[in-house]
Write a new protein. Sequence first.
Length: 238
Amino acid sequence: MLDASVRVRLGSLDLEVDVRVGDGEVVAVVGPNGAGKTTLLRCIAGLQPLDAGRVTVDDQVLDDPATGAWVTPAERNLGVVFQDHLLFPRLSALDNVAFGLRARGMPQAEARAQARAWLDRVGLAAAAGARPKALSGGQSQRVALARALAIEPRVLLLDEPLAALDVQARAYVRDELERHLATFPGARLLVTHDLGDAVALADRLVVLEAGRVTQAGTAGDLAAAPASDYVADLVGGG
C-alpha cells in the first residue's frame, strides 16, 4: 500500500496532492504538461524532498518533514521506470537489470542469474549482451521494467513509460506492459498524459491540474461528469 500526501513548492509549481494505491492496483495520474505529475513521482521516489506531508509504504514512513523521518532513494523499496528509461549506456541489457540487485549487495553471479531470468520473462533473453544503443525503444522499455521489477519492490512507479515510442510500437508495447504489470503484486502508480494509456493500464485515474487533483475515478466516471474543461477535452478526444 502506497499512501502519499505530497506538499512541495518548486518555482511556479505549488503541488498539493493526496494519492493512495492499494496492492494489486494500478492508478494513473493524468494531466497537462506542467501539472506536477513527474514531480509527484519524484517526491515519492525520494528524488525531491517534501516541504510538508507524508509518504508511507505499508507501515514504513519514507518522508515526513514534521518528524524528520527520511529514507534515502536507494533504501526505498520502490521500482522506478523513467520516461527515457535511463539505461546505463556502457552496460549490457543483462548488467542493467542486475544493477539494482548488485547495489543491494547481491553477489555478481547471483545477480546476473536473476537478471537473465527477468530478461527471459520479458522476452529479451537473446538481447542480454546488447547495449542500450542497439535496442529498440520497446526493448529498452522492457529492460527498464525488468530492472525495476528485479529488486522485488513493494511499489512500482512509471513515468510516461510509453512516451518515447513511435506510433507503430506503442500499441504493442502497451499490451506487453499491461501483461507484465498484471504479474506484479504491489502498488503501481503510472504517470501519463495519454488517456488511451491510462484507460488501458489503470484501474483508477487521478487528474492533476496546476498542482491540484481536480477529479478522480474510473474513466467512466470522468466521461459521465467531467469536473473541468481539461477533463472534458480529455475524455471527449480520447
